[in-house]
Design a protein around this ligand. Sequence first.
Ligand SMILES: [Zn+2]
Length: 147
Amino acid sequence: MLQCSAMKKTPSTDDRCSCGSGSALSDCCGKYLDGNSTAPTAEQLMRSRYTAYVRMNAPYLLATWHASTRPPHLDLSPTQWLGLTIKRHEVQDADHAIVEFIARYKIGGRAYKLHETSRFVREEGRWYYVDGDDALTGTTIEMRHLK
Ligand SMILES: [Zn+2]
């Protein structure tokens, strides 16, 4: 009897997490996106949010966005995400951290680079994305091109 290939668990590059960790999705950001556990550090939350953008998981992005800065809704347009590089993860105190990253993506054949310094806060044990500055100019980033 033939076995359906979808039922076999064969590790391949397709199973690797989009965040670039090299781990399987289910061992990495997948468990946070599924809601089975919460990201223990700001860096892991940042990685899981990138993976959520790749997978167009708007509910996760909104759920991990701090209430003070969260947009009322998020319309994600198809974006070809090319990769994430974490440049810096700085823990400021128990409940505040910043993560500097570079995300590369393509829209309509044009390549873009987002180099952002993001602020994260932890409330009741959960990390939330607050907002971010352009890492080079220091101006606040509006995520308009990601909507
Ligand atoms: Zn991941």
